[in-house]
Structures are given as C-alpha cells and as structure tokens.
Design a protein around this ligand. Sequence first.
Ligand code: CA
Length: 354
Amino acid sequence: MLLLCREPSYAVLRVPTPPYKRIATEEAFLTQEIFKRYQRLLNEPDVDPGFASLWGHFSKHAPVLDRLLDLGDRRLGDMDDSEIAMQILSLTAPGVQIFEADEAVALARSSNDEVSEAVRRHPDRFAALAAIAPQNPDDAAKELERGVRNLGLKGAIVNSHTRGEYLDNEKFWPIFEAAEALRVPIYLHPTALPPAMVKPFVERGLEGAVYGFAAETGLHILRIIFAGVFDRFPNLRMVAGHLGEGLPFWFYRVDFMHGRMVQARRYANVKPLKRRPSDYLRENFHVTTSGMAWEPPISYAQCVLGVDRVLYAMDYPYQFVPEEVQVTDGLPCSEADKKKLYQLNAERVFSLCE
Ligand code: CA
C-alpha cells in the first residue's frame, strides 16, 4: 500500500552502475555577458522588484553563481559526483526576457553561440536549448530556427512572462508556429514574478522557488491552454518543470470549471476548446521532476500523465543535492519505467539521438 505521507528519504542507496543514463533536463547556466547586464540592472533605481529579489540574492551567492557561470570542469565534476550522465542546458531565469528588445535579441544570439560551443566540446555530456527574445516574436522564431538548424540546439527555453506579458497573446504565436514546424519543444520555465503579482508573495518570502514560481508559471500554462494555442498548433510540444507546476493535481477541477464557464458564457475571452484543458496537458506537455525529489508526487504525475510523459531533472545548480538521485533510483516502478524517466523520454522529447 502506498504511504501517502511519506517523507523524502535517501534510505535507498544510489544505484552505482544503473541500467540507464541519468539525463537531467532542466539545468541552468548563465553567461558572463548577461550576468554583467543583470548587475547593471540591479543598480538602476526603478529595478523590477521580482528581479531585484531573485538576482539581488544570487548575484552574491557564490555556490550557485559560480556553478551557473561554469560550462566546463566544475559542472562536469558535479555531474560525476551525482552520477548525472548528461545535462540539457538552458539559460537561467529571467534569461534575456528582462531586457529591451534589441538588447535581448543580441544577447540571446551570443548566449546560444556560447552554449553550443560547450555542447561541441562535450557532446556526450551536454545538449542545450535556445534562448529567445519574445520581445521581438519574429526574431525569436528566427533565432529558434538558427539555434536548431545551425547550432544543433534541441528546443527553446522561455522563462515564463516577458516583461509582464504572456505567450497566450497572439503577437507571440510566431514562436509557437516555428517550434511546431521545427518539431522541437518549448520549455516553459519559471522566472521572477511580474510587478503586478509580486507584492503579496514577496511580503512573506514566497515569490521564488518556494511557491511563487509555480503559481505564476502554472497560471501561464493555463492561459496558453485557455487561449486555444493547442487547437491552433495541435502538434506543438511544451515541457513544464516541477511536475507541471502542480497542475496535474488540478485536472478534474479545471476541466469542470472550464466547462461551466463556457456553458454560462461568463467571460468573453473563455471560448470553447476542442478538448478538455487537461487533455492538452496530457498530450501536448511533458513534465520534469526538477526540484521535486519526492516519491508521492512523482508517482502521481506518472499515474495521471503516463510514464512516457515524466522526465528526470535536477534543477542544477539551484537545487544541487547529489543524494536526491537516490529518490528517483528508488521509485516503486519497474526498471523499464525508470529508464523512461531518466533516459528514453528525454532522448525522444529533445531528439538527443539525431
Ligand atoms: Ca530551474
């Protein structure tokens, strides 16, 4: 019988030579160039409060910062210590999305060039996603195409909202069109909360990874679904971290209430969808275990989404706890399903074998 209140436990030893490759799929890096721009932004008098909270801290927190800035020996050593065979690298939040459009476009390009060099140096240890600047949707689509076709990148990272705007706004849909045409996923990752949302969270230290990130990114995912993005782009694939930002727990109620709202024509902007909201989460999304090294929610996500839809992630270097691998090694599922979680799903979703 499943114990529903089980605490995280490292009682199961890490499997030393596992019959699978551990591929970690939400692993962050930062370029020196973008870090310098973050430091400059932090000194501006009207700095965004969510960004100030996030980067006011991490710009001075060496254990995380030094690892973010390293795409070489230190990172590879940490991977060896936690027996991670491969990282899917992505530009950390807020990426380039905090900057003015022209600056963001240039920084996305140089960041993609830099990370693809690291992949070329260590092709068996790293793959990477393209940073894009949604501030300029047409350029973002072009940069995604350049990243995939010319640099060998495996999809795009979007760090949630862009200066308070969400991807359900049709002006951003060239990005979806490009991702669908290129058959690559968009990883929708959290970022610092926008000014309109941050106050009641930051007052109790809740605006970050502790909870606010999930609330804001979960909101973003539902906005995309309710806007009918997947009716327009049925083959678009997206990835969400943190086991879907809590949304799998909400499937029944979201479907029920969405149906009621449509029936009552309560909101001009809530239109009928071809399928239930949860169907898009089941069929257009994959979720990763980033930051959620606890057996009950991982097993729950595998149950409601299917074992083909849940991927392993560590959330390096923000949640670098080598022992956490023991939790996934010890999951109460078959070795075949564990290989899907750690390796096969990631290889399929991010086309790692092509
Ligand atoms: Ca992360």
